[in-house]
Design a protein around this ligand. Sequence first.
Ligand code: NAD
Length: 260
Amino acid sequence: MLKDKAAVITGSTSGIGLGIARAFAREGAHVMLNGLGDAAEIEKTRAAIEADFGVKALFSPANLLHAEEVTRLVTDAEAAFGTVDILVNNAGIQHVAPIDEFPDDKWEAIIRLNLMAAFYGIKAALPGMKKKGWGRIINTASAHALVASPFKSAYVAAKHGIAGLTKTVALEVARENITCNAVCPGYVWTPLVEAQIPDTMKARNMTMEQVKQDVLLAAQPTKEFVTIEQVAAFAAFLCSDAAANITGAILPIDGGWTAA
Ligand code: NAD
């Protein structure tokens, strides 16, 4: 389905981004991985994609807190692959704290990475997509693009912001065979979710099991975590021809969370 397409997936050294990169590679796309982490582990991850799917997999260590590194990630991928057909703005971080105690630097980092990096990435990738007359932009938003939870002010603000950015980009390129959508997962068991459990335990004075059941899965009527594979398959579908008329959509994959 994606044979000879090239995709940049930000934050793809773990979790949802890695799942999306592997799903795209399975469909035949060359992929540019990006993210932080242990160099040897990342190299294993990259090499496994090439071995498993017979596509080119590259890695960029760009730190997307910095605008110029976001731009460079896209231009490096264009130089390596000759094109960037698909951009997934997925890198994200979280911090959990009451707003009156929320550290300024954490707030700014979350807005930079979860929102502004998507703007810089889209800005860099669109000219090539327009020239080619085909493109797919997917922003990993969250159920928190549609509803809020206490103690996550920066994250909720960034994710609501990316919903607005998604719609605006979709309108601007609607006639150019380029779609822009936001996928909005509920809770997916990844390092990002695992890492916020201690702070949530502290903020809410709860045990780990209480946080899992009464905070995380409490929101999700199915009472199940969404899987990485389900989000990845959804993203791959959005790159298919069948999805050509899905654009500007803020799409929940959240076990019914935002229906409530
Ligand atoms: P994760 O922690 O497994 O992955 C985050 C990725 O971002 C990693 O590859 C990490 O290295 C990368 N990253 C972090 N800081 C970076 C930086 N400065 N520059 C470049 N890369 C950086 O988390 P995840 O759960 O897979 O999250 C991926 C996306 O999905 C995020 O945008 C997150 O908000 C969103 N999301 C996650 C859930 C969930 O329940 N896990 C739910 C809804 C939305």
